[in-house]
Design a protein around this ligand. Structure first.
Ligand code: NAP
Length: 490
């Protein structure tokens, strides 16, 4: 079994306490590695290293920083297969998805961040011919990146590329149950000659390591992706020293099917978006609203397609859906399935653990579909974060946007229709950071990802992300040489 170390100040180290914890493969429940159990003392070390590295890293030229981030992307790309296998073993990602969405997506995001930072770090504004006025971006300082387990590496890559390219130094705290790919990334970082302490990776529980970072006086910015409850705690901790906070939180995303929709396309798009990564995607459709005139046909086709999903060993090239990430998370998802049944929804497909070997080991739950769901049910209101689809029938197109907006989250949504002007009208009315029309899940570097309402604050993955990792400074240089300033200037 492999013993991993943390990466602090350019060195591989154990936790100060000497303690470790086991990492479990969710597909077979076997322990695959031991990881250091960090705590506050380790956080202090990592933050001190990042602070020391800040003047060195931030003073490098933009060209050099961008070049090094590009090198990180390239080095990760060279180790794609190795890191994808780690993501498969640790997270349970089917190997094809691990290569593509998880690791391939991380490479793309790092490349993108390196490129756009190169051209967007400042601009001159000719407000007055007698002065030189320009705006420059400066790094925020030490950024703590606290990330979730659903896309363990990708969620780090979304943040790290921009943070580094903009001149910040970082302490990364990956999720406890899925930290191996981030520790592998640290091996990649080691190979590109970053100054010691520029990036540090520290493993350990959110309640101690994460909380210590969120309240640490040496941390200038928290970039967090995870649940809404943790996001609120982090915001409270960060408020004490007015840290910058970026929050990418949960969603309960509406998927609206209008009567004129291409039903086959909506079914195919919905099945993929709902069961990809075992439904553990913030963007996953959480609530289906299907017009009554097409409801039965949609349900019949949806159930047939969902029933064909290949659930199985993540190592198989044929597998489309692997296990849930942990026993604890499987139990939580099963709790939601029980609550759906108890509150009167009809479970028309799946929702059970596979009984036959080999899938009776591991945290598998078969794709589940509920019909007869109503807006007030727990499964229609809360984020399930698993392979569970909730289908509601609606009667009036006039009311469906109000239903879609009736939730505390506002991450994303989709509208399925052949009437594009109507789709666009609805997209304008939906309170969410992203609305697809006849699609649900296509993401790409360059398009800002981030929600409205309790889905978060800030954007990942686009030029706007630079705002998250930089302070804007104006420099106004008077060119007149005049000693006397007129009183009317303001
Ligand atoms: P989580 O429980 O909130 O954990 C996220 C991270 O925060 C983990 O590293 C966790 O450490 C740490 N943490 C836990 N308690 C903390 C505390 N008190 N202070 C500081 N850090 C703390 O979330 P999750 O269950 O891993 O992820 C699922 C959630 O992420 C879902 O709600 C999903 O919608 C959301 N998500 C959102 C986006 C987006 O872009 N909007 C993308 C992906 C996921 P431990 O692992 O040690 O507990």
């Amino acid at each position: 079994m492999q013993q991993y170390k943390m990466w602090i100040n350019g060195k591989w180290v154990g936790a100060e306490s000497g303690r470790t914890y086991p990492v479990v493969n969710p597909a077979n429940e076997e322990v695959i590695a031991e990881v250091p159990l960090g705590d506050r003392a380790d956080v202090d070390k990592a933050v001190a290293a990042a602070r020391r590295a800040f003047p060195v890293w931030s003073q490098k030229t933009q060209a050099e920083r961008s070049r090094i981030v590009s090198r990180i992307a390239a080095a990760l790309g060279e180790r794609l297969e190795e890191v994808a296998r780690i993501e498969m073993l640790d997270h349970g990602a089917p190997i094809n998805a691990a290569r593509g969405m998880h690791v391939g997506g991380s490479v793309e995001n790092l490349e993108y961040a390196a490129q756009v930072s190169r051209v967007l770090m400042g601009s001159a504004v000719p407000v007055n011919p007698a002065a030189l006025t320009y705006i420059q971006r400066e790094p925020v300082g030490v950024c703590a990146l606290i990330t979730p387990w659903n896309f363990p590496l990708l969620m780090v890559a979304w943040k790290l590329g921009f943070a580094l390219a903009a001149g910040n130094t970082c302490v990364i705290k990956p999720p406890s149950i899925d930290s191996l790919s981030t520790l592998k990334l640290a091996e990649v970082l080691e190979s590109v000659d970053l100054p010691p302490g520029t990036v540090n990776v520290i493993t350990g529980p959110g309640g101690t390591v994460g909380e210590a970072l969120a309240s640490h006086p040496g941390v200038d910015k928290i970039a967090f992706t995870g649940s809404c409850d943790t996001g609120k705690d982090i915001m409270a901790c960060a408020s004490r020293s007015v840290k910058r906070v970026g929050l990418e939180l949960g969603g309960k995303n509406p998927f609206i099917v209008l009567p004129d929709a291409d039903i086959d396309a909506a079914v195919e798009g919905g099945v993929f978006a709902s069961f990809c990564n075992s439904g553990m995607i913030c963007a996953s459709p959480g609530r289906y609203y299907v017009h009554e005139s097409i409801h039965d046909e949609f349900v019949e086709k949806f159930v047939a397609a969902a029933g064909k999903i290949v659930v199985g060993d993540p190592a198989s090239e044929k597998t489309q859906m692997g296990p849930l990430v942990s026993a604890e998370h499987r139990d939580k998802v099963e709790g939601y399935i029980r609550s759906g049944v108890a509150e009167g929804a009809k479970l028309v497909l799946g929702g059970k653990r596979p009984a036959a070997p080999p899938l009776n080991k591991g945290y598998f739950v078969m794709p589940a579909v509920f019909t007869g769901v109503t807006q007030d049910m727990t499964i229609a209101r809360e984020e399930i974060f698993g392979p569970v689809v909730c289908i509601m029938k609606y009667l009036s197109e006039d009311r469906v946007v109000a239903l879609a907006n009736d939730n505390t989250f506002g991450l994303c949504a989709s509208v399925w229709t052949r009437d594009m002007p109507k789709g666009i009208r609805m997209a304008n009315e939906i309170r969410a950071g992203w609305v697809w029309i006849n699609e649900h899940l296509m993401l790409a570097p360059g398009l800002p990802w981030g929600g409205y309402k309790e889905s978060g604050i800030g954007k990942d993955g686009s030029i706007h992300t630079l705002d998250e990792y930089t302070e804007l400074k104006v420099i106004y240089a008077d060119l007149t040489g005049a000693t006397h300033k007129p009183w009317h200037v303001l």
